[in-house]
Write a protein of this length. Structure first.
Length: 279
C-alpha cells in the first residue's frame, strides 16, 4: 500500500516538522498487493505474503479529470532471495522523470525496513522495525527523516513501540484481504500506519461503504478514515474499489498520493485517481 504522504491536519497541528499525509503513501501500492496466491506454481514453494504481484503498474490521474490528466505513472517490483523480499516502488512523471521512490525489505512476512526518497522536494527518511526475539513480535519502530537530505544535516529521529497491525502502503492490500470477511459483513477494521516524515504512526480504520458494479464486475467500495474524530473531521476519507470475488484486486483508488504537484511555486499535495493495470 506514506499507501504513500502528507496530510492537512498534520500541517495544521505539526509542531516538530513538515507533516505528511499517511494515506497518500498508499497511492499506487497499497492495492498492489490485493491479489496474491498461497503457492507459486512455477517453483512449488510457498509464497511470501507480500511477494506478488512481482511486477505491477498503475496510472495516476488528477481527480475530476475523467482520467484525462495523467500526472504520474507507478511501478512496483519485488525480488526474493530465500526468506528476504525486496520491493522497489517508483513514481515517475509521464515523461519518465522520477518523482518519488520507496524501498522495502521484508524477512518472511515481517517488514524490516522502509525507505522513502521524496525526489521532488529533496526529503529522505526511513523506518526500521526492530523486533524482540521470543517476545511475540514486540519491538520498536525507529524513524529518521530529513526534509533536505542534500544538505548533509543530521536527520531528525524518533521511535515508538511496535503495535499489532502496523502497516505501510505496500502492506495494505494483503491486510484488507486477511480481513475481507469482516469488511464485507460491515465490520470495522483498524490499523496503525507508518508516517516517516512525521516519525510516528497514525491510527486508521477501514469499513465497507457500498457495493456496486464496475465494468460488469461486482465490486466493494472500502472507505479509509482516521480513527481520531478530530482528524477525521479535518480530512476527506479515501476510497478503494475492490473486486468482490477472488482474486479481490484493487481496481481503483481515490485519494492522496506520494508525489506532489507544483502550484504557485510551492509543492502541494494532490488528490488523485489511481488506476491499476492488472494483466
Amino acid at each position: 500500500m506514506r499507501m504513500g504522504v502528507i496530510i492537512r491536519w498534520l500541517t495544521k497541528f505539526a509542531s516538530r516538522q513538515r507533516a505528511v499525509w499517511p494515506a497518500a503513501a498508499l497511492s499506487a501500492s497499497l492495492a498492489s498487493q490485493a491479489a496474491f496466491c498461497a503457492q507459486d506454481t512455477e517453483t512449488n514453494r510457498n509464497l511470501l505474503k507480500y511477494e506478488k504481484p512481482r511486477f505491477l503498474t498503475a496510472r495516476i490521474y488528477a481527480k475530476g479529470s475523467d482520467r484525462k490528466n495523467l500526472l504520474f505513472n507507478f511501478t512496483r517490483r519485488s525480488t526474493r532471495s530465500g526468506e528476504t523480499l525486496q520491493v522497489l516502488r517508483e513514481y515517475t512523471y509521464p515523461d519518465g522523470k522520477p518523482a518519488a521512490r520507496e524501498r522495502l525489505v521484508y524477512t518472511g512476512d515481517n517488514l524490516v525496513s522502509y525507505e522513502l526518497e521524496e525526489l521532488q522536494i529533496g526529503g529522505r527518511g526511513r523506518a526500521d522495525i526492530r523486533r524482540e526475539p521470543g517476545h511475540g513480535g514486540k519491538g520498536r519502530i525507529c524513524f529518521e527523516y530529513s526534509s533536505d537530505a542534500a544538505s548533509g544535516a543530521k536527520p531528525k529521529t524518533d521511535s515508538e513501540s511496535l503495535q499489532k497491525e502496523t502497516l505501510i502502503n505496500d502492506m495494505v492490500g494483503p491486510f484488507l484481504m486477511s480481513h475481507w470477511e469482516a469488511l464485507v459483513s460491515g465490520r470495522e477494521v483498524k490499523c496503525r500506519y507508518l508516517v516517516v516524515p512525521r516519525r510516528e504512526t497514525v491510527g486508521f480504520c477501514f469499513r465497507k461503504e457500498s457495493e456496486t458494479t464496475c465494468e460488469g464486475r461486482s465490486v466493494v467500495i472500502i472507505k479509509m478514515q482516521a480513527t481520531s474524530p478530530v482528524i477525521a473531521a479535518l480530512i476527506d476519507p479515501l476510497f478503494f474499489t475492490i473486486e468482490k470475488n477472488e482474486p479481490n484486486r484493487v481496481l481503483e483508488y481515490v485519494g492522496g498520493t506520494t508525489p506532489k504537484i507544483k502550484s504557485g511555486g510551492k509543492w502541494k499535495d494532490v488528490d488523485v485517481v489511481t488506476v491499476f493495470d492488472w494483466k
